[in-house]
Ligand binder design. Sequence first.
Ligand code: CP
Length: 337
Amino acid sequence: MSTITKPILKGRSFLAERDFTKGEFVYLIDLAEKLKHEKQQRIPHRHLEGKNIALLFEKPSTRTRCAFTVACIDLGAHPEYLGKDDIQLGKKESIEDTAKVLGRMFDGIEFRGFEHKKVEMLAEHSGVPVWNGLTEQWHPTQTLADFLTVKENFGRLEGIKFVYVGDGRNNVANSLLVGGALVGMDVRICAPKELFPEQEVIELAESLAKESGAIVTVTDEIDKAVAGADVIYTDVWVSMGEEDQFAERIALLAPYQVNMEMIEKTGNDQMIFLHCLPAFHDLETSYGMEIYKNHGLAEMEVTDAVFRSSHSKVFDQAENRMHTIKAVMAATLGNLQ
Ligand code: CP
């Protein structure tokens, strides 16, 4: 555990990296490390005994849903899953009214959906902590898991050469750029110019970097971006809801595929490969087969060789979703000593 002072996070929501100080964000990663150790050693950590947690999902999920569910149960809380057809959220009942109702019954609310505004409204009107399980703009619980995985491999976050390659304007790229700048990484977004992050996100990262000492780079030059990389990270080329854009994205992103040639260009034997998952690295999914039939690609954003290589830490990263989400809920709702 780090020696940093424990910040007061009780009652806070967790919506985006930009809402937290470096100390607060790093504390959540350190707390996750502690909770992971306690889980492995079977040491009880029931910081949410008797609490009820609503899990709102407008989109499908494997990792986030399972992580919140298991984390709730380990912490002594009851998770209640509410899918897009289970409640009226925004359809026959406003977000504001739904938030007020949920806040009368639940102690905390997780939300996965489209517009970031919705999770902000839930936080504004529910009166209980709200946690962002992914919106179109940000995926902050993913960033915590990613950075815990980095810390487990390198023992630190500051100065880590963290390279995200691919669609530079999706929620994961936004979160990594701002999160990396917050904690003081050498964070690089490598994408075709058409898929650079929005200027507002770059400017936010640059302003955070001035305080943390981070280095922020956005480039379309692959060799320059991956030189000396400690981490290469990628995500799917087409996010949920953008499936009609496959042909265009493949044309733009094919040169940015993470393959063994790219890994060798880092010149770093100790580098790790990360991916938030799910990944299209083979033909073992119906989705992957459809892309193969329509576009002739058997592997997309990452090759099977990289995905299965010793550099790949993607399943540690997936497990860390649970430990970090547990830390967020415990810190914002629990009675931590
Ligand atoms: N990485 C991630 O958010 O996974 P899920 O979509 O399965 O939750």
